[in-house]
Design a protein around this ligand. Sequence first.
Ligand code: G
Ligand code: G
Ligand code: NA
Ligand code: MN
Length: 253
Amino acid sequence: LELESALHKALERNEIVLHYQPKVDVRAARMVGAEALMRWKRGDKLVPPAEFIPLAEETGLIVPLSEWALREAARQAKVWQLNFGFSDSIAVNLPSRLFERTDLVEHIHQCVSAYGVPHRAIQLEITENNLMKDLQNVIPALHRLNEVGVEISIDDFGTGYSSLAYLTTLPISEVKIDRTFVRDLGITPQSSAVVTAIIALARALGLRVIAEGVETLRQMDVLHRLGCSLMQGFLFSKPLPPEELEQWLAQTV
Ligand code: G
Ligand code: G
Ligand code: NA
Ligand code: MN
Protein backbone atom coordinates (compact mmCIF):
# COMPACT_ATOMS: atom_id res chain seq x y z
CA LEU A 1 0.00 0.00 0.00
CA GLU A 2 2.91 2.28 0.80
CA LEU A 3 4.40 1.43 -2.59
CA GLU A 4 1.07 2.12 -4.25
CA SER A 5 0.73 5.66 -2.91
CA ALA A 6 4.39 6.33 -3.68
CA LEU A 7 3.85 5.17 -7.26
CA HIS A 8 0.84 7.47 -7.44
CA LYS A 9 3.09 10.42 -6.69
CA ALA A 10 6.05 9.19 -8.71
CA LEU A 11 4.74 10.50 -12.00
CA GLU A 12 4.06 14.04 -10.82
CA ARG A 13 7.39 14.07 -8.99
CA ASN A 14 9.19 13.20 -12.22
CA GLU A 15 10.56 10.01 -10.67
CA ILE A 16 9.63 7.87 -13.66
CA VAL A 17 12.17 7.81 -16.47
CA LEU A 18 12.63 5.90 -19.69
CA HIS A 19 15.74 3.96 -20.54
CA TYR A 20 16.41 2.90 -24.11
CA GLN A 21 17.76 -0.32 -25.54
CA PRO A 22 19.02 -0.26 -29.15
CA LYS A 23 17.51 -2.53 -31.78
CA VAL A 24 20.41 -3.46 -34.04
CA ASP A 25 20.67 -4.60 -37.65
CA VAL A 26 23.83 -6.72 -37.47
CA ARG A 27 24.11 -7.02 -41.25
CA ALA A 28 24.04 -3.26 -41.79
CA ALA A 29 25.94 -2.75 -38.52
CA ARG A 30 23.65 0.01 -37.36
CA MET A 31 21.00 0.81 -34.82
CA VAL A 32 17.53 0.71 -36.38
CA GLY A 33 15.47 1.89 -33.41
CA ALA A 34 15.22 1.64 -29.65
CA GLU A 35 12.87 0.14 -27.09
CA ALA A 36 11.78 2.39 -24.23
CA LEU A 37 11.74 0.73 -20.83
CA MET A 38 10.40 2.37 -17.70
CA ARG A 39 12.44 2.92 -14.57
CA TRP A 40 11.41 4.44 -11.25
CA LYS A 41 13.99 6.65 -9.55
CA ARG A 42 13.31 6.50 -5.80
CA GLY A 43 15.96 8.51 -4.05
CA ASP A 44 19.22 7.05 -5.28
CA LYS A 45 17.59 3.69 -6.03
CA LEU A 46 16.36 2.61 -9.44
CA VAL A 47 13.28 0.44 -8.94
CA PRO A 48 13.08 -2.15 -11.72
CA PRO A 49 9.80 -2.42 -13.64
CA ALA A 50 9.30 -6.00 -12.41
CA GLU A 51 8.62 -4.43 -9.00
CA PHE A 52 6.16 -1.76 -10.05
CA ILE A 53 4.61 -2.65 -13.42
CA PRO A 54 2.52 -5.49 -11.91
CA LEU A 55 1.31 -3.11 -9.17
CA ALA A 56 0.62 -0.46 -11.78
CA GLU A 57 -1.45 -2.94 -13.74
CA GLU A 58 -3.45 -4.03 -10.67
CA THR A 59 -4.22 -0.49 -9.61
CA GLY A 60 -4.88 0.97 -13.04
CA LEU A 61 -1.92 3.34 -12.69
CA ILE A 62 -0.53 1.66 -15.79
CA VAL A 63 -2.85 3.86 -17.85
CA PRO A 64 -1.38 7.26 -16.85
CA LEU A 65 2.10 5.72 -16.75
CA SER A 66 1.79 4.40 -20.30
CA GLU A 67 0.26 7.64 -21.54
CA TRP A 68 3.22 9.46 -20.04
CA ALA A 69 5.64 6.99 -21.68
CA LEU A 70 4.09 7.65 -25.09
CA ARG A 71 4.44 11.41 -24.64
CA GLU A 72 7.99 11.12 -23.31
CA ALA A 73 9.03 8.84 -26.19
CA ALA A 74 7.67 11.37 -28.69
CA ARG A 75 9.56 14.17 -26.93
CA GLN A 76 12.77 12.13 -26.95
CA ALA A 77 12.36 11.25 -30.63
CA LYS A 78 12.16 14.97 -31.40
CA VAL A 79 15.26 15.80 -29.36
CA TRP A 80 17.22 13.03 -31.10
CA GLN A 81 15.87 14.07 -34.48
CA LEU A 82 17.14 17.61 -33.93
CA ASN A 83 20.50 16.62 -32.46
CA PHE A 84 21.34 13.45 -34.39
CA GLY A 85 19.02 13.28 -37.39
CA PHE A 86 17.24 10.37 -35.72
CA SER A 87 14.46 9.13 -37.99
CA ASP A 88 13.84 5.64 -36.59
CA SER A 89 11.13 4.55 -34.15
CA ILE A 90 11.02 4.34 -30.40
CA ALA A 91 9.07 1.28 -29.26
CA VAL A 92 6.80 1.65 -26.24
CA ASN A 93 5.44 -1.38 -24.37
CA LEU A 94 1.66 -1.24 -24.00
CA PRO A 95 -0.50 -3.58 -21.94
CA SER A 96 -3.86 -4.56 -23.44
CA ARG A 97 -5.56 -2.25 -20.94
CA LEU A 98 -4.47 0.68 -23.11
CA PHE A 99 -6.04 -0.80 -26.21
CA GLU A 100 -9.43 -0.84 -24.48
CA ARG A 101 -9.29 2.92 -24.52
CA THR A 102 -11.08 4.32 -27.49
CA ASP A 103 -8.88 7.42 -27.31
CA LEU A 104 -5.52 5.60 -27.58
CA VAL A 105 -5.12 6.61 -31.20
CA GLU A 106 -6.12 10.19 -30.37
CA HIS A 107 -3.67 10.25 -27.47
CA ILE A 108 -0.80 9.08 -29.69
CA HIS A 109 -1.81 11.63 -32.30
CA GLN A 110 -1.63 14.37 -29.67
CA CYS A 111 1.79 13.19 -28.47
CA VAL A 112 3.42 13.18 -31.89
CA SER A 113 1.71 16.41 -32.91
CA ALA A 114 2.83 18.18 -29.74
CA TYR A 115 6.47 17.51 -30.61
CA GLY A 116 6.20 17.59 -34.39
CA VAL A 117 7.37 14.06 -35.11
CA PRO A 118 5.73 11.67 -37.59
CA HIS A 119 3.44 8.93 -36.25
CA ARG A 120 5.99 6.32 -37.28
CA ALA A 121 8.35 7.76 -34.63
CA ILE A 122 6.32 5.67 -32.17
CA GLN A 123 6.11 1.92 -32.41
CA LEU A 124 4.01 -0.18 -30.01
CA GLU A 125 4.98 -3.50 -28.48
CA ILE A 126 2.22 -5.74 -27.22
CA THR A 127 2.88 -9.23 -25.90
CA GLU A 128 1.46 -12.14 -27.79
CA ASN A 129 -0.71 -13.11 -24.82
CA ASN A 130 -2.06 -9.60 -24.27
CA LEU A 131 -2.83 -9.33 -27.95
CA MET A 132 -4.85 -12.54 -28.01
CA LYS A 133 -6.46 -11.96 -24.61
CA ASP A 134 -8.52 -9.07 -25.83
CA LEU A 135 -8.80 -9.34 -29.60
CA GLN A 136 -12.23 -7.73 -29.64
CA ASN A 137 -10.83 -4.43 -28.41
CA VAL A 138 -7.37 -4.80 -29.84
CA ILE A 139 -8.23 -5.49 -33.49
CA PRO A 140 -10.03 -2.20 -34.24
CA ALA A 141 -7.31 -0.26 -32.41
CA LEU A 142 -4.60 -2.01 -34.43
CA HIS A 143 -6.31 -1.09 -37.67
CA ARG A 144 -6.65 2.56 -36.70
CA LEU A 145 -3.04 2.72 -35.56
CA ASN A 146 -1.89 1.09 -38.77
CA GLU A 147 -3.82 3.65 -40.80
CA VAL A 148 -1.97 6.55 -39.20
CA GLY A 149 1.43 4.85 -39.50
CA VAL A 150 2.08 3.53 -36.00
CA GLU A 151 3.75 0.13 -36.34
CA ILE A 152 2.91 -2.78 -34.04
CA SER A 153 5.39 -5.36 -32.82
CA ILE A 154 4.35 -8.62 -31.11
CA ASP A 155 6.51 -9.07 -28.03
CA ASP A 156 7.54 -12.40 -26.49
CA PHE A 157 6.49 -14.17 -29.66
CA GLY A 158 6.33 -17.93 -29.50
CA THR A 159 5.47 -18.19 -25.83
CA GLY A 160 1.79 -17.39 -26.19
CA TYR A 161 -1.05 -19.03 -27.98
CA SER A 162 -1.69 -16.82 -30.95
CA SER A 163 -3.93 -18.10 -33.63
CA LEU A 164 -2.11 -18.16 -36.93
CA ALA A 165 -5.40 -17.38 -38.63
CA TYR A 166 -5.56 -14.07 -36.76
CA LEU A 167 -1.93 -13.28 -37.43
CA THR A 168 -2.56 -13.26 -41.15
CA THR A 169 -5.33 -10.68 -40.79
CA LEU A 170 -3.87 -8.33 -38.19
CA PRO A 171 -1.97 -5.23 -39.33
CA ILE A 172 1.28 -6.16 -37.62
CA SER A 173 4.76 -5.16 -38.75
CA GLU A 174 7.13 -7.13 -36.56
CA VAL A 175 7.46 -10.17 -34.33
CA LYS A 176 9.99 -10.37 -31.51
CA ILE A 177 11.33 -13.86 -30.91
CA ASP A 178 11.06 -14.46 -27.18
CA ARG A 179 14.31 -14.56 -25.27
CA THR A 180 13.69 -18.08 -23.93
CA PHE A 181 14.27 -19.46 -27.46
CA VAL A 182 17.27 -17.21 -28.02
CA ARG A 183 18.80 -18.29 -24.71
CA ASP A 184 18.90 -21.95 -25.75
CA LEU A 185 20.16 -21.41 -29.30
CA GLY A 186 23.18 -23.60 -29.92
CA ILE A 187 22.29 -25.54 -26.76
CA THR A 188 19.05 -27.35 -27.55
CA PRO A 189 17.93 -28.40 -31.04
CA GLN A 190 14.33 -27.48 -30.11
CA SER A 191 15.19 -23.82 -29.75
CA SER A 192 16.68 -23.52 -33.22
CA ALA A 193 13.70 -25.46 -34.62
CA VAL A 194 11.32 -22.94 -33.06
CA VAL A 195 13.39 -19.97 -34.19
CA THR A 196 13.58 -21.37 -37.71
CA ALA A 197 9.81 -21.80 -37.76
CA ILE A 198 9.15 -18.26 -36.48
CA ILE A 199 11.48 -16.78 -39.09
CA ALA A 200 9.76 -18.76 -41.85
CA LEU A 201 6.32 -17.73 -40.59
CA ALA A 202 7.32 -14.09 -40.40
CA ARG A 203 8.76 -14.19 -43.89
CA ALA A 204 5.64 -15.85 -45.29
CA LEU A 205 3.46 -13.17 -43.71
CA GLY A 206 5.74 -10.31 -44.76
CA LEU A 207 6.67 -9.38 -41.19
CA ARG A 208 10.00 -8.20 -39.84
CA VAL A 209 11.50 -10.48 -37.26
CA ILE A 210 13.75 -9.40 -34.41
CA ALA A 211 15.36 -11.55 -31.72
CA GLU A 212 15.43 -10.26 -28.13
CA GLY A 213 17.72 -11.28 -25.30
CA VAL A 214 20.80 -11.85 -27.47
CA GLU A 215 23.68 -12.19 -25.02
CA THR A 216 26.40 -14.16 -26.82
CA LEU A 217 28.26 -14.11 -30.15
CA ARG A 218 27.18 -17.69 -30.63
CA GLN A 219 23.49 -16.75 -30.40
CA MET A 220 24.13 -13.89 -32.81
CA ASP A 221 25.84 -16.18 -35.31
CA VAL A 222 23.08 -18.80 -35.20
CA LEU A 223 20.38 -16.14 -35.63
CA HIS A 224 22.21 -14.55 -38.53
CA ARG A 225 22.69 -17.93 -40.19
CA LEU A 226 18.97 -18.68 -39.76
CA GLY A 227 18.12 -15.42 -41.53
CA CYS A 228 17.38 -13.06 -38.66
CA SER A 229 19.62 -10.00 -38.70
CA LEU A 230 17.63 -7.74 -36.37
CA MET A 231 18.59 -8.21 -32.75
CA GLN A 232 18.39 -6.71 -29.32
CA GLY A 233 20.17 -7.76 -26.15
CA PHE A 234 22.97 -7.34 -23.66
CA LEU A 235 25.53 -8.42 -26.31
CA PHE A 236 24.94 -5.05 -27.95
CA SER A 237 23.72 -2.92 -25.09
CA LYS A 238 21.63 -3.02 -21.97
CA PRO A 239 18.84 -0.43 -21.69
CA LEU A 240 20.57 2.96 -21.27
CA PRO A 241 19.58 6.36 -19.92
CA PRO A 242 18.98 8.70 -22.88
CA GLU A 243 22.27 10.56 -22.60
CA GLU A 244 24.15 7.27 -22.85
CA LEU A 245 22.27 6.20 -25.98
CA GLU A 246 23.88 9.13 -27.75
CA GLN A 247 27.00 7.12 -28.58
CA TRP A 248 24.71 4.90 -30.67
CA LEU A 249 22.83 7.80 -32.18
CA ALA A 250 26.00 9.51 -33.31
CA GLN A 251 26.76 6.50 -35.54
CA THR A 252 23.46 6.55 -37.39
CA VAL A 253 23.74 9.96 -39.02
O1 G B 1 13.37 -3.22 -18.46
P1 G B 1 13.25 -4.62 -17.97
O2 G B 1 14.09 -4.47 -17.00
O3 G B 1 13.77 -4.97 -16.74
O4 G B 1 11.63 -4.75 -17.82
C1 G B 1 11.02 -5.77 -17.06
C2 G B 1 9.60 -5.92 -17.50
O5 G B 1 8.87 -4.71 -17.39
C3 G B 1 9.52 -6.34 -18.96
O6 G B 1 8.51 -7.35 -19.04
C4 G B 1 9.08 -5.11 -19.67
O7 G B 1 8.32 -5.42 -20.81
C5 G B 1 8.25 -4.40 -18.61
N1 G B 1 8.27 -2.98 -18.90
C6 G B 1 9.33 -2.16 -18.89
N2 G B 1 8.96 -0.91 -19.23
C7 G B 1 7.63 -0.96 -19.46
C8 G B 1 6.67 0.00 -19.86
O8 G B 1 6.98 1.17 -20.11
N3 G B 1 5.38 -0.41 -19.96
C9 G B 1 5.01 -1.68 -19.71
N4 G B 1 3.74 -2.02 -19.85
N5 G B 1 5.89 -2.63 -19.37
C10 G B 1 7.18 -2.27 -19.24
O1 G C 1 10.17 -8.38 -23.66
P1 G C 1 10.28 -7.32 -22.60
O2 G C 1 9.65 -6.05 -23.01
O3 G C 1 9.85 -7.88 -21.31
O4 G C 1 11.86 -7.07 -22.53
C1 G C 1 12.44 -6.09 -21.77
C2 G C 1 13.27 -6.69 -20.69
O5 G C 1 14.33 -7.49 -21.21
C3 G C 1 13.96 -5.68 -19.83
O6 G C 1 13.90 -6.16 -18.55
C4 G C 1 15.39 -5.70 -20.31
O7 G C 1 16.28 -5.25 -19.32
C5 G C 1 15.54 -7.18 -20.57
N1 G C 1 16.63 -7.53 -21.47
C6 G C 1 17.06 -6.83 -22.53
N2 G C 1 18.09 -7.46 -23.14
C7 G C 1 18.31 -8.60 -22.44
C8 G C 1 19.24 -9.68 -22.56
O8 G C 1 20.08 -9.74 -23.46
N3 G C 1 19.14 -10.68 -21.64
C9 G C 1 18.22 -10.66 -20.65
N4 G C 1 18.22 -11.68 -19.80
N5 G C 1 17.32 -9.66 -20.50
C10 G C 1 17.36 -8.65 -21.38
NA1 NA D 1 9.13 -5.32 -25.02
MN1 MN E 1 9.77 -9.34 -24.91
